[in-house]
Ligand binder design. Structure first.
Ligand SMILES: Nc1ncnc2c1ncn2[C@@H]1O[C@H](COP(=O)(O)OP(=O)(O)OP(=O)(O)O)[C@@H](O)[C@H]1O
Ligand SMILES: [Mg+2]
Length: 232
């Protein structure tokens, strides 16, 4: 195995079945990400970007192909094994924050730490430190319903990064935000990922965001291909 490689996908195929009709979505996706590399994935709506991220996170199964995170075969693991790999190695940011409504910002960010078995007071301390890094040190006890959309996404970023994951996957994390909030959020995600040396895959429709990334690939006709310098 190449020491510098963090994430590898090979020959990923995925179809969905609708009323006994096969809808092929991924038709042999290959991807390699080295440690600390930042990749943006673009593609038209319905091209399979979310489906791909779900496979990379082990949240869904491929029909064929492999996904390795830090040399561990994710799709070969059982559901418990995948959950453990996700907890220990990955962070995920969705378009809609998916925060727990009845938990405060601090409790939401502490949760991944608690799931790693870290004690309550250390987990809360780590959560407060992460929330300070995303500029929300004054919003610790706010419930998600009392936060703005941009603030909720910043809590979601803090939650994704609090365990210092080796890989962060983000599915249109700025999709529901205005331009200014989107810029702030993408800067936070890129800068914090760079500071932690995290490999980072983001799906985005926003061409103005792409210059932050080491590489841009396009999902088209079920395959991932490099997007050439047109957008750079
Ligand atoms: N659970 C499912 N059952 C059936 N079809 C599905 C399912 N999930 C996704 N699909 C189909 O797979 C295709 C790809 O969906 P996906 O959500 O991955 O696209 P996307 O590139 O993320 O699109 P968008 O930019 O709109 O988010 C779509 O045609 C969708 O209808
Ligand atoms: Mg999607």
């Amino acid at each position: 195995m190449n020491d510098g490689v963090m994430l590898t996908a090979q020959g990923l195929h995925k179809s969905f079945w609708q009323n006994s009709l096969e809808v092929p979505v991924l038709k042999g996706v290959d991807l390699q990400l080295v440690k600390g590399e930042h990749l943006a994935v673009v593609g038209r709506s319905g091209s399979g970007k979310s489906s791909l991220l779900h496979l990379l996170a082990g949240l869904d199964s491929a029909d064929s192909g492999t996904v390795e995170i830090d040399g561990v075969d994710l799709l070969a693991a059982d559901a418990n094994g995948r959950a453990r790999i996700r907890r220990e190695k990955m962070g995920f940011v969705y378009q809609q924050h998916h925060l727990l409504a009845e938990f405060s910002a601090e409790e939401n960010v502490a949760l991944p730490q608690r799931l790693l078995g870290i004690g309550e007071s250390s987990a809360r301390k780590a959560a407060r430190e992460m929330l300070a890094l995303v500029g929300l040190e004054d919003r610790l006890s706010h419930l998600p319903s009392a936060l703005s959309g941009g603030e909720r996404q910043r809590v979601a970023v803090a939650r994704a990064l609090v365990n210092k994951p080796q890989v962060v996957l983000a599915d249109e994390p700025t999709g529901s935000l205005d331009r200014a909030s989107a810029e702030i959020l993408m800067d936070l995600l890129s800068n914090l990922s760079r500071a932690q040396g995290t490999s980072f895959v983001v799906v985005t429709h926003d061409v103005s965001m792409l210059q932050r990334f080491d590489r841009v690939e396009s999902l088209d006709a079920g395959k991932l291909l490099p997007l050439h310098s047109a957008v750079r």
